[in-house]
Ligand binder design. Structure first.
Ligand SMILES: [Cu+2]
Length: 249
C-alpha cells in the first residue's frame, strides 16, 4: 500500500503506512512478497509490521477512506497486482496496539460476479475491482467510533495457488498481502469496537476461503475436483455477526 486518502484528500505517499520490510534478501524476498504461513506474526501487519512509523493519519467517524495499492510505483501506469492474483480483499480495524481478538472486520469483497459460462472468469475484488480502479479500495470509518489510536489492517489475497495448502506444500498455498495504517480517530464518538479476531490466528489452513480451487470459476480447467464453483466464503469473521456496529455505505 502506497497511499491513503481521507475524504478524497491524499495524506502523502507512504505516510502512516507500515510498509512491509523485505522478507528475505532479493531475489528470495521483497516487501511485496506474500505471507503464506498463517501462524506467523507477519499475518498481522506484514513483515516487521508491529514497528511504528512516525506519521499517524487523523480521521473522524464516518470518514471515507481510500487506500491506494500498487505493485511497483504509485502511478496510473502501474499494474497494481498481477492478473493471476484473483481473490478477496478485506479491511479490519483494531485498537493500536492490538490485543486478543481485537481485529474487527469492517469491509470485504470476494467473488462478486460469476463468469457467463462454466470455467469462464468470475469477477474478484483484487483483479476486477481494485486493479481496474487503479488500486483504490474504499470503505468508511464506522459512525460514532470512539476516539483513540487504531490500526487499519487491509489485505488482498491471491488464491491462484490456493488449491494447495501451505502447511502441506510450502511452494504453494493462498497468498496474503496484509498492510497496516496508523490512524487516530478524533471526535466525541461513543462506540467501542466489538470483539473481533486475532492475527495471527483468524485464518486456518482448512478454511473454505483459504483452501479453494479458483480454477473452478475461471477460464482454466480445474486442477482438482471442485465441489462448488458458484460460491466463495471470504475468510475471517462474518461482517453480519459483528454486533451493534453499523458501517454506513
Ligand atoms: Cu504473488
Amino acid at each position: 500500500m502506497q497511499g491513503v486518502f481521507v475524504n478524497g484528500v491524499d495524506q502523502g505517499t507512504f505516510n502512516g503506512i507500515r510498509t512491509p520490510a523485505y522478507n528475505g534478501p532479493p531475489p528470495r524476498g521483497y516487501s511485496n512478497s506474500p505471507v503464506k504461513d498463517l501462524n506467523s506474526i507477519d499475518m498481522r501487519c506484514n513483515v516487521l509490521g508491529d514497528n511504528q512509523v512516525p506519521h499517524t493519519i487523523k480521521v473522524a467517524p464516518g470518514d471515507n477512506i481510500t487506500l491506494d495499492w500498487h505493485h511497483n510505483n504509485r502511478t496510473i501506469a502501474d499494474d497494481v497486482i498481477d492478473f493471476s492474483h484473483h481473490g478477496p480483499a478485506l479491511v479490519y480495524l483494531t485498537p493500536d496496539p492490538p490485543t486478543e481478538n481485537s481485529f474487527v472486520k469492517i469491509w470485504e469483497k470476494g467473488l462478486y460476479e460469476l463468469g457467463p459460462t462454466p470455467f469462464s472468469p468470475g469477477k474478484w475484488a483484487t483483479t476486477w475491482d481494485i486493479k481496474a480502479n487503479n488500486g483504490l479500495m474504499n470503505f468508511r470509518i464506522p459512525a460514532n467510533l470512539k476516539a483513540g489510536f487504531y490500526l487499519i489492517r487491509a489485505e488482498m489475497v491471491g488464491l491462484h495457488e490456493a488449491d494447495a495448502r501451505f502447511d502441506q506444500n510450502s511452494r504453494r498455498g493462498a497468498q496474503f498481502y496484509p498492510n497496516c495504517v496508523q490512524i487516530e480517530v478524533v471526535g466525541d464518538g461513543t462506540v467501542e469496537l466489538p470483539e473481533g479476531v486475532s492475527f495471527p490466528g483468524a485464518y486456518k489452513y482448512d478454511d473454505p476461503g483459504v483452501h479453494y480451487n479458483i480454477y473452478c470459476s475461471t477460464e482454466r480447467a480445474p486442477l482438482a475436483p471442485c465441489t462448488d464453483a458458484s460460491t466463495y466464503k471470504i475468510p475471517g469473521q462474518s461482517i453480519s455477526t459483528v454486533p451493534a456496529f453499523t458501517v454506513r455505505c
